[in-house]
Design a protein around this ligand. Structure first.
Ligand SMILES: [Zn+2]
Length: 450
């Protein structure tokens, strides 16, 4: 039935209507009794805390925690609905957001995109480092994945827009597109071991969340919802071979589309992953974009390194930053010479052979007790015989060096000046000292004591 459509209903039973009043005076009094604040409070406090929040974003936990402040107003608003028979516009919004459950179009999801943009703007994110923005993007995406993705098969255009906002925010600090990002979004979304940052691919995550319904239909016939699906749509046909007719509800056809994406995961009618038990995480691992493992992943993984230094280390290890030859390619720079020494082509030179880098590493090598300036790649310096603590500290020093070289390179390109290696080394030493002081201790072995 559509909204506004007139549907004939069964006629009233005249015998019952002609009967004397069935409700007693006591029943009438009870039905007409005004709703009390205690009843409203009891109803709200009976909602479990982790139920999905409403479109205002507030869960029942919020109302419970702040009841001492907002309780009176909430009670007055609810009592007013009973008194006047009119629903508050704000409460009506809840009902309107349920309509997309029937048919969800790109325009219906504008609220989702707007919420993400508002959140990004409210956090003054422009001043955050890349690592800070990465944490924020990850939290925004996980909110969307946990609240929207389990309920709706979101239109591809909407998910694309969400990805674009997050990508612009990560690289630009704003929701608008500015310049070509250093790393493509697809690559950012692959696993860390494969050279990415481990963010989730929105459309794959959406499929795997709704995929649970597909699995339920296959293995849990006793569920009420599955019984309804069997009665209304499947009517005894095999779920994995069923084809929905074109007059079926849009949402049901979407669920069938998700089944098509997962169909190879079913072998002889059984879900073939995770010992036959469907898990969202397991299905995501199966459907996600995969790349070859990268050998540098473990070398730049160290808990002591400051996150923003680690982010720069990731882009350098991946050679993602626009070194001069790429800037020449885009017409931003006229030559491809190293910004610091102006003597060699910058790519494959700045972090390996540049004189500035050699001098800086020579100084920090003295703290480590080994000369690392001659090594071709600065991530191969850790010695096997070293203790875990020494390896962690040396990795931190070297990755922090990368960050400082990168900053000096940018300073030279933009302001035509650089600091001397010994000054940079001193600053670097202070950063490492304070980091070691504030970090939780890495296990100290007998080797370190000796
Ligand atoms: Zn150089």
């Amino acid at each position: 039935m559509k909204v506004g459509e007139t549907v004939p209903t069964a006629k009233g039973n005249a015998k019952i209507i002609k009967k004397e009043a069935i409700c007693t005076d006591a029943h009438w009094a009870l039905l007409l009794k005004p709703i009390t604040d205690a009843e409203i409070k009891a109803a709200i406090f009976s909602i479990p805390e982790h139920k999905s929040p409403g479109p205002d974003g507030y869960s029942s936990a919020f109302y419970k925690d702040s009841w001492s402040i907002i309780g009176d107003e909430v009670c007055n608003a609810i009592k007013d609905v009973f008194r006047s028979g009119k629903l508050l516009r704000q409460l009506n919004a809840t009902i309107l957001t349920l309509i997309p459950k029937c048919r969800l179009k790109k325009n219906d999801c504008v609220i989702l995109n707007n919420k993400i943009v508002d959140r990004i703007r409210s956090l003054g994110a422009k001043n955050l480092s890349y690592a800070g923005r990465l944490v924020l993007v990850s939290s925004v995406l996980s909110t969307m994945h946990n609240y929207w993705a389990p309920m709706f098969v979101l239109p591809k255009g909407v998910l694309q827009r969400v990805d674009n906002i997050c990508r612009n925010f990560l690289w630009e600090g704003s929701s608008e597109y500015g310049k070509v990002p250093s790393v493509g979004w697809q690559k950012v979304c692959v696993q860390k071991q494969e050279g990415g940052l481990g963010l989730k691919q929105s459309h794959v995550w959406n499929i795997t969340m709704v995929g649970k319904l597909v699995w339920w239909i296959d293995v849990q016939p006793d569920r009420l919802w599955v019984q309804w699906v069997n009665l209304v749509y499947l009517k005894g046909s095999n779920w994995l071979e069923y084809n929905p007719s074109s007059d079926c509800y849009w949402y049901w056809r979407k669920i069938c589309g998700v089944r098509d994406n997962m169909i190879e995961g079913f072998v002889e009618g059984q879900w073939s992953h995770n010992s036959g038990v469907y898990t969202v995480k397991g299905c995501y691992q199966w459907l996600r974009l995969k790349r070859d493992r990268v050998d540098w992943y473990r070398k730049i993984r160290c808990p002591i390194v400051i996150p923003k230094h680690n982010f720069i280390a990731w882009t350098i290890a991946d050679q993602a930053f626009k070194l001069k030859d790429r800037l020449v390619q885009y017409g931003v720079s006229k030559d491809d010479l190293c910004c610091i020494c102006q003597m060699h082509t910058e790519t494959h030179h700045l972090f390996v052979k540049c004189q500035f880098r050699q001098e800086l590493l020579h100084i920090v090598g003295e703290w480590l007790g080994t000369d690392i300036s001659k090594e071709g790649s600065i991530i191969t310096h850790a010695r096997r015989r070293w203790s875990k603590l020494r390896k962690s500290i040396s990795t931190t020093i070297v990755l922090t060096c990368w960050y400082f070289i990168w900053m000096q390179r940018n300073k030279s390109r933009l302001h035509q000046c650089i600091s001397r290696p010994n000054i940079v080394a001193k600053h670097l030493q202070e950063v490492i000292r304070s980091r070691l002081f504030h970090c939780k201790p890495v296990c100290i072995s007998q080797k370190d004591v000796n």
